[in-house]
Design a protein around this ligand. Structure first.
Ligand code: PLP
Length: 392
C-alpha cells in the first residue's frame, strides 16, 4: 500500500490529516465517533478488523495513527490516563526486574514506582541525570527500563536524551522511555533521539483543552508495540471513543497552540526576569537557564511552562500572589489553552517529604505557571498585580 500523501508532510499538515481519511461509505471528512462496543462478523471469526472495542475501536485507531505520525513513530497506543500508560509500560518489566528513573519525575509516576511497582516485585532506583554519566553505576544486568522526563516538573531540569540513550543501549535488555508530556511532539520527538518508547499524558498539551484525561505510548519497534498492544487489551485501561474524538480534535491545532504557548511563555518569563520582586525565573528558553544550550540542541522550542521564585518570598507571599490573580486560575494540571498557576510545595508536590522537596528546590516561594494562549499583555498585567500584592 502506498503511504498516505501526508506521510512526509510538515507537522501542521500531519496534525490535521494523519489518520483522518474521509469515510469511504459516506464521505464524512471527520472520522465517525464510533460508540459501538461490538462489531458484526460475516462468519464466525471473520470481521473488518474490529471485533470488540477494548481490543480496537475505529475512533481510537484514528487518534493513535495521528499521534504516531506526530511523534515520528510507527505505532501509538491510547490509554485512559497518562498514569495507566505508565502502569502498562511497567508491566513489561515483571517480577525481579529493575527500573532506573530520573529523580524528579512526575509525582504520580514517583508514587507508582515507589508504592505499586515495588509491591509487584519490581525494583526501582532514582538518579540525578544532570550528568548522564551518573546512569552507568545504576545499571544492572536485570535493568529493563530507564525512565526519564525532560524538562522535569516543576523545576524544568533537562536530561540529554541522546547521551542517556547511548548508555541505555550499551545494555542489551534495557529500553529508554521518555515522558514527553511537557514538550509535546511539536517541540521534541524523543524517538528521533534514541528513545524506545515515548509516553504522554494526553490530558495536557495534546488534548489541550482541559476536558479529557488520557495517555499515549508511541514506539517504532514492532515487538514493543505487539507487547504493549497485548497489555493494553489484557489490562484494559483504554479510553472511551468519545474522549478519543475530543482529543483528536484538540490535536489538530497542537502546532498553533504550542507556538502561542511559547510566545506567551517567553514574554512572561522576560517580564518576570525584569521584576525586582522576583528572585529567579526558570524557563529553558532564557539564556540564564543552566541547560539553555541543551534545550536549543534537543528541542525545537521551549514550551509553555515557567517556574519562578518570589524574592524573599514565603508561603504567605505566595498565597497573596496566587489569590490576586484573575486570569490565571489557581489549579493543578497544565497544557490547556487557559493559563494556570499553582504552588507545587502545597499542591502538586505536597506528597513529597519536606526533605525531598528541599532537595528538588520545591520551596514555598516557587510558583509554577502553565502559560495559556490568551494575549500576553493581559497575562503580564495579571502577574504584575499579583507581584505587587505579594511583595511590598
Ligand atoms: C499529568 C502527567 C502525568 C499523568 O497523567 P494523567 O493523565 O494525569 O494520568 C504523567 N506525566 C506527566 C509529566 C504529567 O504532567
Amino acid at each position: 500500500m502506498a503511504p498516505p500523501p501526508h506521510a512526509k508532510a510538515g507537522f501542521g499538515t500531519r496534525a490535521v490529516h494523519a489518520g483522518q481519511e474521509p469515510d469511504p461509505i459516506t464521505g464524512a471528512v471527520i472520522p465517525a465517533l464510533s460508540l459501538s462496543t461490538t462489531f458484526a462478523q460475516s462468519a464466525a471469526g471473520v470481521h473488518k478488523g474490529y471485533d470488540y472495542s477494548r481490543s480496537g475501536n475505529p475512533t481510537r485507531n484514528a487518534f493513535e495513527t495521528a499521534v504516531a505520525a506526530l511523534e515520528n513513530g510507527k505505532h501509538a497506543l491510547a490509554f485512559s490516563s497518562g498514569s495507566v500508560t505508565t502502569a502498562t509500560v511497567l508491566n513489561m518489566v515483571g517480577m525481579g526486574g529493575h527500573v532506573v528513573s530520573v529523580n524528579d519525575t512526575y509525582g504520580g509516576t514517583f508514587r507508582y514506582f515507589t508504592k505499586v511497582a515495588k509491591r509487584n516485585g519490581v525494583e526501582v532506583d532514582f538518579v540525578d541525570l544532570a550528568d548522564p554519566e551518573n546512569l552507568r553505576s545504576k545499571m544492572k544486568t536485570n535493568t529493563r527500563i530507564v525512565w526519564i522526563e525532560t524538562p522535569t516538573n516543576p523545576t524544568l531540569r533537562l536530561v540529554d536524551i541522546v547521551a542517556v540513550a547511548q548508555i541505555v543501549h550499551s545494555f542489551p535488555n534495557a529500553l529508554l522511555v521518555v515522558d514527553n508530556t511537557f514538550m509535546s511532539p511539536y517541540f521534541q520527538t524523543p524517538l528521533d533521539l534514541g528513545a524506545d518508547i515515548v509516553v504522554h499524558s494526553v490530558t495536557k498539551y495534546i488534548n489541550g483543552h482541559s476536558d479529557v484525561v488520557m495517555g499515549m505510548a508511541v514506539t517504532n519497534s514492532d515487538a514493543i508495540a505487539e507487547e504493549l498492544r497485548f497489555l493494553q487489551n489484557s489490562i484494559g485501561g483504554v479510553p472511551s471513543a468519545f474522549d478519543c474524538f475530543l482529543a483528536n480534535r484538540g490535536l489538530k491545532t497542537l502546532h498553533l497552540r504550542m507556538k502561542r504557548h511559547e510566545e506567551n511563555a517567553i514574554a512572561v518569563s522576560r517580564f518576570l526576569e525584569s521584576s525586582p520582586k522576583v528572585a529567579q525565573v526558570i524557563y529553558p528558553g532564557l539564556e540564564s537557564h543552566p541547560q539553555h544550550a541543551l534545550a536549543k540542541r534537543q528541542q525545537r522550542g521551549f514550551g509553555g511552562m515557567v517556574s519562578f521564585r518570589l524574592r524573599n518570598g514565603d508561603l504567605a507571599a505566595s498565597n497573596r500572589f496566587l489569590s490576586t490573580l484573575k486570569l490565571f486560575a489557581l489549579a493543578e494540571s497544565l497544557g490547556g489553552v487557559e493559563s494556570l498557576a499553582e504552588l507545587p510545595a502545597v499542591m502538586t508536590h505536597a506528597s513529597l517529604t519536606p526533605e525531598a522537596r528541599e532537595a528538588l528546590g520545591v520551596t514555598d516561594s516557587l510558583i509554577r505557571l502553565s502559560v495559556g494562549v490568551e494575549d500576553a499583555e493581559d497575562l503580564i498585567r495579571d502577574i504584575q498585580a499579583g507581584l505587587d500584592a505579594a511583595i511590598a
